[in-house]
Structures are given as structure tokens and as C-alpha cells.
Design a protein around this ligand. Structure first.
Ligand code: ADP
Ligand code: MG
Length: 373
């Protein structure tokens, strides 16, 4: 019953006195056994372990042998295989389009990551998963089952935007409107929270990684070069920006010449990249505006006054705060360590379920592995 000496210490006085444990204690004990929060992102999967912090941060990629359906690698190792695999091996991003495109593969990936995070820890942890908000009921069940099959004692789900808001330290439980904007690889989620719930949520789903693909298209038309998505992403991370920055840098891109078919290099400037990102950036601005418009007047007034917080990898794009500020008139703050806020927020919701109305509504459920589907 007690796996750590400090737990025994805590309850020893009750046990010695023969006093029944308080009602809440079984839940406390269960939580103490270990809790895991998993942010299953379109680009990255992040795992947070209670009282340890982030234990896993890897790309949401899996490599599978298509003949045997055997998992060969996942995460960083699998990402290196993209575009480099022989015929029967496929390295893929099962969540690439913001929704789960191949469910069985997603399950396998989740199983791999949870297994890796649980590692040699003793006992079965409870797991909370943040999943893209557009999942169907069947998909939600299947994600939970995958977590149970991977060794979780129980698995619950939390809306990604709510986890983001909690992780960004917004006062989600209070009767005040707080806006969070989560710019991920395949989706941007904009939400306003109040009293422990999501009052308005807007999700911009794009086909693939819109920013990276916009750069691919630009390099093709302006440089006559065919580059891959990963190369375009690297350029975006190196010199991408949403607002003119002081030092206008350049980067080298390598690709296949459209005319000759030969490999060639070209130099691309930061302002070109910024220009190429116009459409994806406008869609983010639009989502913020639409969310404000859909919100009840009191809550939009709160947001106008308090501004918004940015999380997700897109928050690291140079000058994104200034761009959003200029176009929406809202004060913009970039959360610290924006890539891990969702996982941290989900972890915190396990510790303080009252933060989040979703749990009170009984979204957490308990099932035995293998009893469904
Ligand atoms: P998801 O939640 O969809 O998995 P993340 O929040 O992990 O997404 O963010 C991943 C995205 O952030 C990727 O599209 C990646 O290219 C982008 N990203 C990461 N670092 C930077 C950076 N420094 N500048 C711009 N974009 C970045
Ligand atoms: Mg995310």
C-alpha cells in the first residue's frame, strides 16, 4: 500500500490510532503512487512526471516495419529515419494534420512513450493525456486504452487548451477571462478560460505544418529549389520571424534544382522567410480575433485588459509577440519554456483537480486494459 517511506510516515499516526483514513486519502495515495501527464502533440510528445518534472521530450514520430507492423523506433531516433528508410520501413508522424490520421500507429507510439517514461518506476501511475480537441468519442476511448495498455492504472483526458492555460499560470479557476494561444506544429488553439472551464475555444487546423510548407513553396518559386519540410523547418527556427528584427540574418538552404535536378545550395534572407509566413501568421491573428468576438462581452473585456499568453513551439518564432500585439491590440506575453507548458499544466491538473472543471464532470474514468474495442 505504501511504496515510499514518506507516505508511511504521513499516515502512520492515523494507523496507530486505528483511525480510519480520511475519505480523500485513497485518492491522495493513488496520486502519490505516481502521476504522469502526456502531451501528445502533432510535432512533439512531452511527458511530465509529478515531483520530477519533464522526463521525456521527443518528436511525435514512429518508424514501423510495414510487413510485420513491428515498431522499430519512435521519437528522436525515428525522426532521423524520415525520408531515409528502405522500402518496407515507414517513418511517419501519425498526428501530422492535427487530427489522428492513423489510429493504430498513434496507439503504438503512445505505448512506446509511456512505457519509456514509466521505465523502471514502480507501480502503475495514473495518466492524464492532452489530446487534440477534435477527437471523436471512439478515438478518445482508444487513446485512453492505449495508455492503460502501456501500464497506466487509470487514464483521463484533458483539453489541450485548458492544460496550456494552467501551465501558463493563468488564473483559470477564477471568474475572470484569460486567453491562451497555443501555436503547435499542426494546430493553433486559442481559448478563453473562466471558472475552471473553456468558455470559447477556436482551433485552427492546417494541412500539415503550414509554416514549414509556406517556406517550401517560397523556396520553390523564388529560388527554383525543391526542399523538404524538415529543411524548411530548420530555416524557420534559425531565421524565421513574424516582425522585422534588427539583425536581418540569412540562412543556407539545400535542395534539388527544379531545372537540372541536381543538388544545389541557395541563400535565403530573414525578410523573405517572414514574407513567406504571411498567410499562416494571418490565420493565427484571425483566430484570436474570432475568439474575442465569440466570447461574452465581460470576458472579452477581461482579455482586452489582461492580454493573452502564448505557448507552444510557435511562441518561439522571433517577434511573434510584437506581431500579435500590433494586429490585435492585446498585450502579449510569451510563457517561459513554451514547449512544455501543456504537459506541465496537465500534470498540475492531476495535483489540483479543482483547477479544472472537466475532472469534476467525471471525465476521468477508470477502465481495465483490454476491456473495450
Ligand atoms: P505540438 O504541440 O503540435 O507538438 P509544439 O508546441 O511542440 O507543437 O511546437 C512544435 C512547433 O514549434 C514546430 O512546428 C516547430 O517547428 C516550432 N518551433 C520550435 N522551435 C521554434 C523556433 N525557435 N521558432 C519557430 N518555430 C519553432
Ligand atoms: Mg501542443
Amino acid at each position: 500500500m505504501f511504496e515510499r517511506p514518506d507516505q508511511l510516515e504521513q499516515w502512520l499516526p492515523f494507523l496507530l490510532k486505528g483511525v480510519p483514513l480520511p475519505l480523500t486519502s485513497s485518492r491522495l495515495l493513488r496520486n502519490r503512487r505516481g502521476s504522469l501527464a502526456v502531451d501528445l502533440g502533432t510535432a512533439n510528445t512531452v511527458v511530465f512526471v509529478k515531483s520530477e518534472g519533464i522526463v521525456l521530450f521527443e518528436p511525435s514520430v514512429i518508424a514501423i516495419n510495414e510487413d510485420t507492423t513491428e515498431v522499430l523506433a519512435a521519437g528522436t531516433q525515428a525522426k532521423e529515419m524520415i525520408g531515409r528508410t528502405p522500402g518496407s520501413i515507414r517513418a511517419m508522424r501519425p498526428l501530422r494534420h492535427g487530427v489522428i490520421s492513423d489510429f493504430e500507429v498513434t496507439e503504438k507510439m503512445l505505448h512506446y512513450f509511456i512505457g519509456k517514461a514509466i521505465g523502471k518506476r514502480r507501480g502503475r501511475p495514473s495518466v492524464v493525456l492532452c489530446v487534440p480537441s477534435g477527437l471523436t468519442g471512439v478515438e478518445r476511448d482508444a487513446v485512453q486504452d492505449a495508455a492503460l495498455a502501456a501500464g497506466a492504472a487509470e487514464a483521463s483526458l484533458i483539453e489541450e487548451a485548458m492544460a496550456a492555460a494552467i501551465g501558463a499560470d493563468l488564473p483559470v479557476a477564477e471568474p475572470v477571462g484569460s486567453m491562451v494561444v497555443d501555436i503547435g506544429g499542426g494546430t493553433t488553439e486559442v481559448a478563453i478560460t473562466s471558472l475552471g472551464g473553456l468558455v470559447v475555444a477556436e482551433s485552427v487546423r492546417v494541412r500539415g505544418y503550414e509554416m514549414d510548407e509556406a517556406i517550401v513553396r517560397h523556396v520553390k518559386t523564388s529560388h527554383g529549389l525543391l526542399v523538404g519540410g524538415e529543411e524548411a523547418e530548420a530555416v524557420k527556427i534559425r531565421i524565421g520571424s513574424a516582425w522585422p528584427l534588427a539583425d536581418d540574418e540569412t540562412a543556407e538552404v539545400r535542395g534539388r534544382d527544379l531545372a537540372s535536378g541536381l543538388l544545389r545550395r541557395s541563400v535565403i534572407a530573414a525578410d523573405e522567410v517572414r514574407h513567406a509566413l504571411t498567410v499562416p501568421l494571418e490565420r493565427i491573428v484571425e483566430a484570436v480575433r474570432a475568439t474575442l468576438e465569440r466570447a461574452p462581452a465581460e470576458l472579452s473585456a477581461d482579455v482586452m485588459q489582461r492580454g493573452l499568453v502564448l505557448v507552444g513551439g510557435g511562441a518561439l518564432l522571433g517577434g511573434i509577440d510584437r506581431r500579435l500585439q500590433a494586429e490585435t491590440g492585446l498585450a502579449v506575453t510569451i510563457a517561459e519554456e513554451p514547449l512544455t507548458r501543456v504537459a506541465v499544466g496537465a500534470g498540475r491538473s492531476l495535483e489540483e483537480p479543482r483547477l479544472h472543471a472537466g475532472f469534476a464532470k467525471g471525465r476521468a474514468r477508470r477502465r481495465r486494459a483490454g476491456t473495450t474495442r
